[in-house]
Write a protein that binds this ligand. Structure first.
Ligand code: SF4
Length: 278
């Protein structure tokens, strides 16, 4: 079994939901945030977050820091404070980034976020107008010689889903995906998304990802949005206990193929995984 330092060393992505708020959750009623917000609509305490990050640093964490999960990070008034902390305390390998629906972002705020240390933003335009607005901002930024485009990444993409009434006309979409597919992961027996031979499971995300929700819950994977697998909670458990629980869980998953339901239906697994058809 891994030691705590070895397990933390394997984590490549640390997803942190600093707040669970999202203005679009009123419209996107099937989004996990809209469903989870009925029970909880608050933010992660920064002191709790910083103490967790400091301990991760002490154990040599080199993970990228992704400041989003299901939430909209740009509505968090602590966002720039958190980015500052990460840049001041973590190393250059700890790239900091987030995905956003662009809420409240304009050219100035995007420049400011890059200036204080954000490395990457992925903006999803939910309407033609929003998509075009951010394409224009990107063009302007990247044609400005004072902007360091060798180090900063700004991706703009469009989304097409059952909620957006907009007729998506853009051709330059970074990716087009369907929202809410995560809701299907828990529907046992309803035409499985993936016909898995459990004994061949080897999703590397179990090792390489750690998620922290706005409630302080430390979980296996963002696709388990109901948080059926939790290793502990930042408000009451030590980092050592949380990582020990993760190590034991991974051991059972990899060696004994004991998996949560969500993994058996998930189509976002990484690494080798054979299906029954193969
Ligand atoms: S199989 Fe899917 S839900 Fe399970 S850990 Fe991998 S990506 Fe996450």
């Amino acid at each position: 079994m891994d030691t705590i330092a070895e397990a933390i060393g394997k984590i490549e992505k640390l997803k942190i939901e600093t707040t669970r708020r999202c203005p679009l959750s009123i419209k996107h009623t099937k989004c996990p945030v809209a469903i989870l917000n009925k029970e909880f609509n608050d933010s992660l305490d920064v002191e709790v977050l910083f103490s967790f990050l400091q301990k991760m640093i002490d154990y040599g964490c080199k993970a990228q820091i992704l400041l989003y999960m299901y939430n909209e990070p740009s509505v968090d008034c602590k966002l720039s404070y958190i980015i500052h902390y990460i840049r001041d305390h973590m190393g250059i390998t700890n790239h900091v980034m987030f995905d956003t629906n662009g809420w409240g972002l304009d050219e100035q705020t995007i420049r400011m976020l890059f200036d204080i240390g954000l490395d990457r933003i992925v903006i999803t335009g939910y309407t033609d107008e929003e998509y075009q607005r951010f394409k224009n901002i990107k063009e302007k930024l990247f044609s400005d010689e004072s902007f360091d485009r060798t180090k900063k990444i700004l991706n703009v993409r469009a989304v097409s889903d059952e909620h957006t009434q907009s007729k998506m006309s853009m051709v330059e979409t970074y990716s087009v995906f369907k929202l809410d597919e995560r809701l299907d992961y828990y529907k046992a027996g309803e035409g499985q998304l993936c016909n898995v031979n459990i004994s061949d499971f080897s999703c590397v995300k179990l090792d390489t990802l750690l998620c922290v929700s706005a409630t302080g819950e430390v979980t296996m994977c963002e696709y388990d949005w109901k948080q059926t697998v939790s290793f502990g909670n930042l408000y009451k458990d030590s980092l050592e206990d949380i990582i020990t629980n993760k190590i034991k869980f991974n051991d059972r998953a990899y060696k004994q193929s004991i998996l949560p339901d969500v993994c058996t239906r998930c189509v976002h697994y990484y690494g080798l995984r054979k299906t029954n058809e193969q």
